[in-house]
Each structure stands twice: as structure tokens, then as C-alpha cells.
Design a protein around this ligand. Structure first.
Ligand SMILES: [Fe+2]
Ligand SMILES: [Fe+2]
Length: 313
């Protein structure tokens, strides 16, 4: 249940992580021929909403738009500005507009005030958010594996564990986060896996930021498990001035969904990315139950502007 500022609201029923209840949403984008399981799942991804203590009302329109377009919401860290519980309370109230299963990883901002556990508790308890920090969850037949990630740089510039203890500790943090992601990916048995991060796993999606700060925006160590497992797509945030799309060395699509970047890159679209993911990728395209072109156009018209849409194969 969600408690808003006056402590009396809720999200109208907790959506189940298996996607079986969408009290305010529009359900999945289709059903299999013989049952009710969705054939194509629509995943809305956004990061870096940076909810402030005085931010009541600022994110609600976005979450309403997401609830109308998606089956699942994924939040890619930097949920709050200073990592304060009062900010989390405001965000929980804003999320009341999105009555759909919501997964999240934390960002570096959640740690700033050393109250990250309280922030997590507020969002779990009041907004029904499920954090996947080194954890895996299946929603609507899609597997999600999450970790915050960490910095350390990319490619040949990746910082190595050599020299001072402080350097070794920094590198160990990046290694630990990569291992968390790997453990989460290994637990999933779904045909489709989505990796959720805050920090970038590749350099391509931080391009656009000053090159001097690349090492603080992500780390290639995060890319290794993504290339080892059959990952359908990666979403991350953190690099507000990066690049919206890239690919790992293994060809896995990577989307930087930081809200400021989405706003800047796609000014005519609502600032989130919508991934359309087939639950059964082996089924013929016309049997996946996706919306017809006509219906999709009608839905888009109803939304005013369509979200930035990507079909994951
Ligand atoms: Fe951020
Ligand atoms: Fe960040």
C-alpha cells in the first residue's frame, strides 16, 4: 500500500509481480492462443528521476503515462536526490499513479545520506517496489536481474586492483557488483532476461559526457556477465548526458534511460523507454499476440505522444 503525504492513499491494490493483477493498467499487449499469459510484455524503463522532498506532483504525470503504456515499470536508480526517507515518501506518493509491478535498483544518490535501507523500506512498504540488488525476479514471464553497478572505467582503461589499498577496495566494489549481476542472471530460467543497472556496462552509452568522468559512470566489468548469459537487453541510467543506445561486445542492446537524457534526446516523446519483449521468442511473430498496427496507432493517439519504443527480439 502507498501512503501519500496525508497518509491515507494507496495504489488501489498491490500489483502482483507475476503480472496477474493490473488494477489500474491496461493489461498485457496480447495473450497466447490458449490462455491468459501475455505473449508480449511491455516494459517501461526510466532512471534518475531524482525525486526531491518538495517534488510532490512532479513525477505523477510521467508515472500515469507509463501505467497507460506498460505492463511492468523498471526504475534504474537515483530514485531520490539525497537518499533521504522524506524523498522516498514523496516518490511513493508519485508512484501511486503507476498501478503496475515495479522493479528497481538503487543509484549512488540513494547512498549519499547513509539512509539507503530506510529509503528502500519506504519504497517497498508504501509503493510495493521490488528491489533487485543482486537478485532476480520473474514478471509476466520475463526475467529481470539487477545490480547497482559501480565505476572503474572501460576497456583498456579499466582500473585494476593494484597498488594502494584504497584502489584495491574501489576495484573490489566493481568486481562485487559484477558478481551480483552474474549471480542474478544465473538464477533466471526464463527465455528472456533483462539486466537492470544504474551504472553503465559499456562506454558507448556514456559518450556525450566529459571524457574525464567516464571512469565514474560505469565499468566494463559489468559487461562480462551480460555477454556470458543470454540477455535480451540492458537498461541503465547515471550518465545524464550520455547516449541513449549502444551494444555490448556480444551484441546485446544497452539503453541509457536516464530521465534527463531521455528528455534531451527525445523531446517529442514522454521520457521513458518502452521495451516490447516476446515472452515466447520462438513463436511466430503473428502468434505472439502483439497489438495490431491499427490498435497500436490508436493507443499512441490516446497517449498523445508515443513513448520511445523498442522491440526486443
Ligand atoms: Fe542521476
Ligand atoms: Fe547516479
Amino acid at each position: 500500500m502507498v501512503t501519500t503525504g496525508d497518509g491515507h492513499n494507496d495504489r488501489g491494490g498491490s500489483p502482483h509481480l507475476d503480472g496477474s493483477t493490473h488494477p489500474g493498467g491496461n493489461g498485457s499487449s496480447g495473450t497466447t492462443a490458449g490462455g491468459t499469459k501475455p505473449a508480449t510484455v511491455r516494459i517501461a524503463a526510466v532512471g534518475d528521476v531524482h525525486c526531491a522532498a518538495d517534488g510532490r506532483g512532479t513525477l505523477k504525470p510521467l508515472f500515469q503515462r507509463i501505467a497507460a503504456a506498460a505492463d511492468v515499470l523498471v526504475l534504474c536508480g537515483d530514485l531520490t536526490d539525497y537518499g533521504l526517507p522524506e524523498e522516498a515518501h514523496v516518490l511513493a506518493g508519485e508512484l501511486a499513479a503507476a498501478k503496475l509491478p515495479t522493479l528497481a535498483v538503487m543509484g549512488n544518490h540513494e547512498f549519499h545520506s547513509n539512509q539507503q535501507d530506510e529509503v528502500r523500506k519506504v519504497l517497498e512498504g508504501q509503493a510495493g517496489v521490488t528491489f533487485i540488488d543482486g537478485d532476480a525476479k520473474e514478471v509476466c514471464g520475463i526475467g529481470f536481474a539487477g545490480a547497482k553497478g559501480f565505476g572503474g572505467g572501460f576497456g583498456r582503461g579499466t582500473l585494476g586492483a593494484w597498488g594502494e589499498p584504497a584502489v584495491k577496495a574501489f576495484v573490489q566494489e566493481a568486481i562485487d557488483e559484477a558478481m551480483k549481476l552474474e549471480a542474478a542472471l544465473a538464477r533466471l530460467r526464463t527465455p528472456r532476461r533483462i539486466a537492470v543497472l544504474h551504472y553503465a556496462p559499456i562506454k558507448a552509452t556514456v559518450e556525450g559526457e566529459p571524457v574525464e568522468i567516464f571512469p565514474w559512470l560505469g565499468c566494463s566489468r559489468l559487461e562480462e556477465p551480460i555477454n556470458r548469459y543470454p540477455v535480451a537487453a540492458v537498461v541503465h541510467g547515471h550518465a545524464h548526458n550520455g547516449t541513449p543506445e549502444g551494444r555490448t561486445g556480444g551484441g546485446v542492446p544497452v539503453y541509457n534511460v536516464a530521465l534527463p537524457l531521455m528528455r534531451k534526446s527525445y523531446p517529442d516523446h514522454p521520457p521513458f523507454r518502452l521495451l516490447e519483449v516476446p515472452v515466447n521468442p520462438d513463436a511466430p511473430a503473428d502468434a505472439r499476440g502483439g497489438p495490431s498496427a491499427t490498435q497500436a496507432a490508436a493507443d499512441d493517439a490516446a497517449l498523445g505522444h508515443a513513448p520511445v519504443q523498442t522491440t526486443v527480439r
